[in-house]
Design a protein around this ligand. Structure first.
Ligand SMILES: [Zn+2]
Ligand SMILES: [Zn+2]
Length: 278
């Protein structure tokens, strides 16, 4: 296959892939995935992503603390410590972004934390981490992978203060919610929109992606999550980067263009976003 893709968001660092990682990387190469961007969600998974990237030329890393993991911590584990640890990792040459970071008010059923609640303190911790990590990205001139769920108002408040020319074309709303306001903000600030397998479920997400100019889109699988259709109905879990062509084809059909065009433009966008000169 001549068509090449960049999976801008896949958690190959998750335990789920411990036994299958090499095989999945090989299968994904065969399906045209040239590059994997593996984001951390905490210090452990950030370090793990670096370990994978050391072994595999096609893997690049984002390091960061996901909003879920900004609270319920050991008392000794302060944000200052976490940022200090991230700062040690960020100098590795395969680290090209800070992520995934952001805000999340969604009430998840299934988390590793007991009595998961979105308290005011939790939201404040999320904001502090988000701001500190955006500043870290700017200090080291890295790209930014933003996770935002049910927090449009709050994330825009933060970006209004923190966004500057250094992060123009260097930021992505990963797995962007189908929201006209977010799209308008992204358009004004040259922020990319990440699209995942859930676009294939149709509905609002598909209607939204149809409206997003191709020049703003990047592809991501969020593996092992968000398995695209028809694989979801067939229960062919887990999702892997090898499925990214399904997302590209779906977007091509939505926009009435070829999959090759989707691949070419989104790959070019991803290279600019992450500063990849390949
Ligand atoms: Zn996310
Ligand atoms: Zn993710």
């Amino acid at each position: 296959m001549n068509t090449t893709f960049i999976d801008t968001h896949c958690h190959l660092n998750f335990k789920r892939f411990n036994k299958t990682r090499e095989q999945i990387i090989g299968e994904s190469h065969n399906k045209g995935v040239a590059i994997f961007i593996v984001p951390g969600t905490d210090l452990f998974s950030s370090l793990k992503a670096i370990e994978i990237a050391k072994q595999d030329n096609s893997t690049y890393v984002a390091i960061g603390i996901h909003p879920h993991h900004t609270f319920n911590k050991e008392a000794s584990n302060t944000m200052e410590n976490d940022i200090h640890e991230l700062e040690k990792l960020i100098i590795h040459p395969k680290v090209i972004a800070v992520g995934e970071i952001g805000l999340d008010k969604h009430m998840y059923e299934d988390t590793k934390y007991e009595n998961y609640q979105i308290s005011e303190e939790f939201l404040n911790a999320q904001k502090e981490y988000c701001i500190a990590q955006i500043q870290l990205a700017k200090k080291y001139k890295k790209a930014l992978i933003l996770h935002n769920r049910e927090t449009k108002k709050e994330i825009i408040e933060i970006l209004d203060k923190e966004w500057d020319e250094d992060v123009r074309f260097r930021t992505v709303f990963h797995c962007c919610e189908p929201d006209e306001g977010l799209l308008a903000y992204a358009q004004e600030h040259d922020i990319y929109i990440g699209v995942d397998g859930d676009v294939t479920y149709g509905g609002e997400k598909a209607t939204f992606v149809k409206k997003v100019p191709l020049a703003m889109l990047v592809l991501e699988t969020d593996s092992p999550f968000l398995l695209p259709e028809p694989l979801k109905t067939q229960k062919l879990y887990p999702n892997t980067p090898a499925n990214i062509h399904i997302i590209a084809q779906y977007i091509a059909d939505l926009k009435g263009i070829t999959m090759e065009e989707v691949a070419e433009v989104t790959t070019r966008n991803a290279k600019r976003l992450f500063g990849l000169k390949l």
